[in-house]
Design a protein around this ligand. Structure first.
Ligand code: NDP
Ligand code: GUE
Ligand code: MG
Length: 313
């Protein structure tokens, strides 16, 4: 009898990649169909306003992608670029104008904000009806209560990809690493809503590798490249890697990498999301879906059938 390495999958089969880019393209098409329907009913397309303060290069890349995909889904994108020196009051005044602008359906304030600005104050100024990031107190409260509302995009993307790999998620143990307001905390609530058993881990969690090994679905959202080692993963688990880390390569160029030791994880997990091409594209897809939903709700119309089953909430 040969003794199997308890970690390595006996068959030697490698994990199946969950293709977030393909899933996101499907959702973009759904958003496009919904946007077209609303355009015909309302006589104007759904509109997303993106507020970008400062010059953070990563934020500029994301915002460019958001604008491009919003427009190719047949929606209007209005970009508001402000200098890093913008005052809190100027930013709040802009939010106030966007809140009362009848043709603006969604408002996204790109985070992080430059030093000196208080992100919570600015985000909480957004009209909850236009809160396509799902970050206002009203949206967070609706998520806790299980009431209808706009759900945070990245966590909604994680649930969507987990369902794509596994189907029904009932009873699965989900371990979320990271408790931020943007990702970890709402991800825990959304998986709870999907009838999973959820553990929410963070930097003070004791023996995180042992907890992670209990996960059927491991959500890595700590922002620590390569943190999730092979022996943190239960053989056959699903790994959803939210981390977006830019790391320097020996030749001086830079590469994008997630929070999992990806190459090693391929031998242990059954399903894994790559970085890039995993959760990242899904975040933008859910933003487009939320913009369609916000537009329909604001107009008192039913959510278009093409997007009704796609997002969360
Ligand atoms: N794919 C996408 O669309 C998106 C990707 N991201 C990426 O996801 C990652 C997380 O983002 P975000 O939530 O905003 O980050 P934050 O820095 O706001 O939060 C990180 C969380 O991870 C926890 N953490 C950090 N280090 C450890 C550790 N060693 N062990 C356990 N927990 C740890 C922190 O714990 P504590 O609270 O105790 O400090 C904190 O709760 C980043 O890489 C970010 O770039 C973010 C948004 C969207
Ligand atoms: N208010 C707010 N809402 C956000 O949702 C928000 C934010 N602020 N601040 C920053 C984070 C990060 N984020 C990403 C979105 C898309 C990709 C994405 O498309 N990534 C591509 C690669 C992009 C690249 O090459 O850099 C991929 O993973 O394949 C990544 C990360 C949204 N965030
Ligand atoms: Mg297996």
């Amino acid at each position: 009898m040969t003794v199997q390495d308890p970690i390595l999958r006996p068959s030697g089969r490698r994990a199946v990649l969950i293709d977030g880019k393909a899933a996101a393209e499907g959702l973009d098409q759904a958003a496009r169909a919904g946007a077209l329907e609303l355009t015909q009913t309302l006589g104007r397309p759904p509109c997303l306003a993106v507020v970008l303060a400062g010059e953070d290069p990563a934020s500029q890349v994301y915002v460019r992608n958001k604008v491009r995909r919003t427009e190719s889904a047949g929606m209007i994108s209005v970009e508001h670029r402000l200098p890093a020196s913008v005052s809190q009051d100027e930013l709040l005044a802009l939010i106030g104008r966007l809140n009362i602008d009848p043709v603006v359906d969604g408002i996204l304030v790109q985070l992080p904000l430059p030093a000196g600005l208080d992100a919570q104050t600015v985000v909480q100024a957004i009209d909850p009806a236009k809160d396509v990031d799902g970050l206002t107190a009203a949206s967070a409260g609706a998520l806790v209560l299980g009431a209808p509302g706009l759900r945070p995009c990245t966590p909604a993307g994680c649930v969507y990809l987990a369902r794509q790999a596994l189907g029904d998620l009932t009873g699965r143990h989900v371990v979320v690493i990271g408790r931020s307001i943007l990702v970890g905390k709402p991800a825990a609530l959304l998986f709870l809503d999907a009838d999973c058993t959820v553990s929410l881990a963070h930097s003070r969690t004791r023996d995180l590798p042992a907890l992670a090994r209990q996960a059927d679905i491991l959500i890595a959202a700590a922002g620590r490249p390569g943190m999730v080692k092979a022996d943190w993963i239960r053989p056959g688990a699903t790994v959803i890697d939210v981390g977006i880390n830019r790391v320097a390569r020996p030749d001086g160029s830079s590469a994008l990498t997630g929070d999992a030791d990806y190459e090693a994880a391929l031998d242990i997990a059954d399903f894994i999301t790559p970085v890039p091409g995993g959760v990242g594209p899904m975040t933008i897809a859910m933003l487009l879906i939320n913009t369609v939903r916000a537009c329909a709700r604001r107009a008192g119309l039913a959510i278009p059938a093409s997007v009704a089953g796609t997002g969360a909430g």
